[in-house]
Each structure stands twice: as C-alpha cells, then as structure tokens.
Design a protein around this ligand. Sequence first.
Ligand code: 13P
Ligand code: SF4
Length: 306
Amino acid sequence: MTKEQLIEEIQQLKKEKDAVILAHYYLEDDVQAIADYIGDSYYLSEIATKVPQRVIVFCGVSFMGESAKILNPQKTVLLPDPTADCPMAHMVTAEKIQQIRSQYDDLAVVCYINSTAEIKQYADVCVTSANAMTIVRNLPQKNIFFIPDENLGRFVAQQVPEKHFIFNDGYCPVHVQMTGQLVKKAKEEHPTALVLAHPECTPDVLAQADYIGSTSGIIRYVGDSDKQEFIIATELGVLYQIRQNCPDKQCYSVLPEQICPDMRKITLEKVASVLRNFDHTVELDQTMAQKAMTPLQKMLELARKD
Ligand code: 13P
Ligand code: SF4
C-alpha cells in the first residue's frame, strides 16, 4: 500500500469509527501531518476532554493515552503501539511517596504527567512542563515532593523559591544525553543562535539556555522571535511544526540524533491498524483510574486559572 493509500484509509476509518487523532510534537512528521490535533502534553490532555468523537487515537507514549482515558472514562482510547512507553514514568515508586508523606505534615505530592496511572493515584496534583510553575506557586502546601523528574523539579524550584522541595531521582534518557559541554560546542559552531531548552535537560544545559519551556513554548518562541537561528535542546520532532510555522528560520541540534525511541514507534501503519482492529485499547482498573483522575482534573482546573 502506498503512503497516500494508507492516509486515505485512515481518513475513511476515522469517519466510520467516529475517531479523532491526537499526536504529540515528538512524533514522526508523517503522523503529525495526519493528526487532527498536535500539541504538548498539557494541550493534548485538555483537548482530549473537549473532542466530541467517541474514539481517541492517542499517538504518543502510554502515559498520555492513560491520562486521556482517566479523564474520559466513557470513551475508547486507542494506542497505535502500546509498547511505546516513557521510561521516566516508571522512575518513582509508591513506597517512596509513602515514605516522604510520612515525614511531612504539610506536603503536596506534585506529579509530572510523565508518570504511570498507578503513581498518579497517590499524587495531589499533576503538572506538565507548560504549567508546573504556576500550579506549584499556587498550592497551599509549603513542602513539595516533585516526582518523577529531578531536572524539571529543580527548574521549578528555582522559579518558586518560597517553597521547600524534595526531589526524586528520575530523568529523561533522551534529554540527559544533551550535556552542557555539547551545548557549549553547538554555541561555538553557531555563535548567533539562541539556545532553546526543555526543562527536562540537566542544569548545566539550562544554565546556557536563552529560553526554557515546554515543546509548545519552544515552537512558539521560534515563531515570535526576530532572531533567525536556534539551537534546539529537545526532541527533534518539534522541527516539523517549526518548519510549518517559519520555514525561513534555521534550527540546529545539540546531538546528531535527539530522538525519543518510544515516541518514534508510532507509524502511519500502526495508526491504520489500530483503527481497523481496535486491538490496543487503554484498559485501567476502575478504582485506580478514579483516584488518578483527581490530580489530573486538579491540574486542568489550576492551569486554567493562569
Ligand atoms: P511537553 O509536555 O513539553 O510536550 O513534553 C513532554 C515530554 O515528554 C518531554 O520529554
Ligand atoms: Fe519520556 Fe523523554 Fe521520551 Fe519525553 S522524550 S516521552 S520524557 S523518554
């Protein structure tokens, strides 16, 4: 089957099955091109609660599909590849959360959305890189246990010095490969380029950044800037949108390959296949899903107040 035929089939199946396709900015270009909505994790979790279709095809890693299902239990959520999983999502345990909870009376467990549904059920509120600062700043608790990502946690802590943070040692295997040394080298090669970094990068990278933000923040920054050249310190899937919005601007990577292998498991073939067969539906234990819904809904509510 040619690519055009595959796209045609996907469009047909979408209509027949009353489905909508959501895709994260890290997906390969072909998948972003056929998506109905493309965005960062915050936007996708919010739009999932607004789309009228009965079926959501979530082109992303499994915690994203799980979050869409938790927020929309009545809908069918399909994952084109259920093995696409964010390693960071598993880097904290329920035992660790319990242990920290037992040490502080006045504590909020703030859970990055890159986490499993199982972990979310023990959190007070979820956050994404787009809303973490605002949400943490507005929490009544003084002590913040930030899970699972240490780098994002430390970045938020810097912006919200009035809170006391406890960190967890989770990290993104993709973002930590971009070292401060490599960013320095990229700056020497492209002296007029601005460095735009995702807060999952390590502190030595963030210290050299001209802008730190979520994937959508980085894409927006390039569009709004009067500068022409940028060093991109995040997964290179964002370049698809950047090229659509500003084809004349020049972007450079820090590493030759800044690719999230799990996000890139999603292909047009797998999107078509899951729509044909309805085989990879997100199924969650109901009690767990109900508990995990509270911090996710709290995130949507608090982020809207921004
Ligand atoms: P965003 O929320 O900025 O889209 O990032 C998600 C992610 O997985 C970053 O690695
Ligand atoms: Fe997880 Fe990193 Fe991939 Fe984002 S880029 S989904 S944090 S592994």
